[in-house]
Design a protein around this ligand. Structure first.
Ligand SMILES: Nc1nc2c(ncn2[C@@H]2O[C@H](COP(=O)(O)OP(=O)(O)OP(=O)(O)O)[C@@H](O)[C@H]2O)c(=O)[nH]1
Ligand SMILES: [Mg+2]
Length: 449
């Protein structure tokens, strides 16, 4: 990690300014070699310096160079940022000159990886940087920012500290039985501690699902028989004529997706092929896709044609979503209704001609996901599958400890699982980590970050 890396940090394209970022022990001296202006080796830290990037005395670009000396920088190393004029060829030329003068091209995510390895941020924060870059709604942006700020890290670190104290106490009991000042960790004390740890783990995990929804958006499947108006409903919800609408049953064959933001949360609506028995090969594949969509949706909206009595097919569809979070949209209420629905799940009436019921439907979605009470200022949610998996692992270990206590196992045996929980929580923040994992995680970053 002792070399000096560089990369273009802004999106490459035609723009007013591009930033080329350099980090490492020789960042300042390398840039100084190709800079015409003040001697950068002598300027103060955290200053912006005007001048030119030159290549063998030829001026390449007029630039502003930010000098940031370690350790108060993004990577905790010396960092130089060159603000050059945007444009692909001049930006690339500056990068090329740096590479010729001793820099190495950074790998994707390498700046953030260095920030992590140098101890400036932990893994939760690093992952949040990646999420922030790709966030598309206000809520997901705030969630990422909060995690970069270290809110979640703090909660997990406190929990680890608590476990560490118990572990240390047990160790003292074992190694220095004669040491009378130390509290003897009895099974009762351990039970009490485990209860507290379990409660805290549960609290963090309970927010996990919300965090995932915020970051990835809520997937809503529109399901129903052919011709009931699923595609029409999608178009109204996203206010765009995205899906094809005709009066021919079986119009939609493939999945069509569109999204909107409600209360800062992204809702991804998925229009599907109408479900029916069919001998048409293509339509059949579409119907299978529809059924699969039900499985991985966060919510299913079953669309029914209100002008017709409930058919056997409708009943089958309603049956198939029984175990899912779902609601019914009874469409075509601009005409005489004929439907005979005796159903307990939420029902909204409306139509896609004069858009009756569309706003009600949106309100209902906000209500179903408790978005009204979502406090954007107070995000400590876990949003990431890796973190959730580790937390679940820790919770399993708690179960195993409880069993051991039940079976009157000696405290020093129970200690082994408690130590594991400590390590697992450390993996979440990156305090205990494996090199391969770190490489894998940072690969998902964009270049220059
Ligand atoms: N009167 C009335 N007609 C509607 C309404 N919504 C849709 N339709 C008509 O119903 C027909 C089918 O609409 P689509 O939106 O294509 O229905 P679909 O459920 O996507 O159908 P498939 O893709 O075949 O599964 C079209 O002729 C629409 O104009 C409505 O609210 N009222
Ligand atoms: Mg359709």
């Amino acid at each position: 990690m002792n070399d000096t890396i560089c990369a273009i940090s802004t999106a490459l394209g035609v723009g007013a300014i591009s930033i080329i970022r350099v980090s490492g022990p020789e960042a300042i001296s390398i840039v100084n070699k190709v800079f015409k202006g003040k001697d950068l080796n002598k300027v103060d830290s955290h200053t912006i310096n005007y001048g030119y990037i030159i290549d063998k005395n030829k001026i390449i670009d007029e630039v502003l160079v930010s000098i940031m000396k370690a350790p108060k920088t993004y990577t905790k190393e010396d960092v130089v940022e060159i603000n050059s004029h945007g444009g692909i060829s001049s930006t690339n030329k500056v990068l090329e000159i740096l590479l010729c003068n001793g820099c190495r091209l950074a790998e994707a995510g390498e700046f953030t990886k260095r920030a992590f390895l140098n101890g400036r941020i932990d893994l939760i924060q690093a992952e949040a940087v990646s999420d922030l870059i790709s966030s598309t709604t206000d809520a997901s942006r705030e969630l990422s920012l909060n995690q970069i700020g270290g809110k979640l890290s703090k909660i997990i670190k406190n929990l680890r500290q608590e476990i560490l104290e118990v572990l240390a106490n047990i160790e003292v009991n074992i190694d220095y039985p004669e040491y009378e000042d130390a509290v003897l960790v009895t099974v009762d004390i351990l039970k009490e501690k485990i209860k507290i740890i379990e409660k805290k783990l549960k609290e963090i995990l309970d927010t996990a699902k919300d965090g995932k929804l915020i970051q990835e958006g809520i997937k809503v499947a529109l399901i129903g028989r052919p011709n009931v108006g699923k595609s029409s409903l999608l178009n109204k919800l996203i206010e765009e004529d995205k899906a094809i609408v005709t009066d021919i049953a079986g119009t939609t064959r493939d999945i069509v997706e569109g999204s909107i933001s409600l209360k800062g949360i992204k809702f991804r609506f998925i229009d599907t092929a109408g479900i029916r028995d069919t001998s048409d090969k293509v339509e059949k594949i579409g119907v299978e896709k529809s059924i699969n969509t039900i499985n991985d949706a966060d919510l299913v909206i079953v669309v029914l044609n209100g002008t017709e009595k409930l058919t056997l097919e409708d009943k089958k569809i309603l049956e198939s979503v029984k175990s899912k979070k779902s609601l019914i949209f009874i469409n075509k209420n601009d005409k005489k209704l004929n439907i005979d629905l005796k159903n307990t799940i939420d029902v909204i009436y409306g139509n896609t001609i004069n858009e009756d019921g569309i706003d009600n439907l949106k309100e209902k979605l906000i209500e179903m996901f408790n978005l009204g009470s979502l406090n954007l200022n107070d995000f400590t949610y876990i949003s990431n599958a890796r973190q959730i998996a580790l937390l679940k692992g820790a919770k399993k270990l708690i179960e195993s400890i409880k069993e051991q206590i039940e079976n009157e196992m000696p405290v020093d045996l129970i200690e082994i699982d408690l130590k594991r929980i400590y390590d697992v929580l450390g993996e979440i923040t990156g305090e205990t980590y494996q090199d391969e994992l770190i490489d894998e995680l940072f690969k998902n970053f964009c270049l220059g970050k």
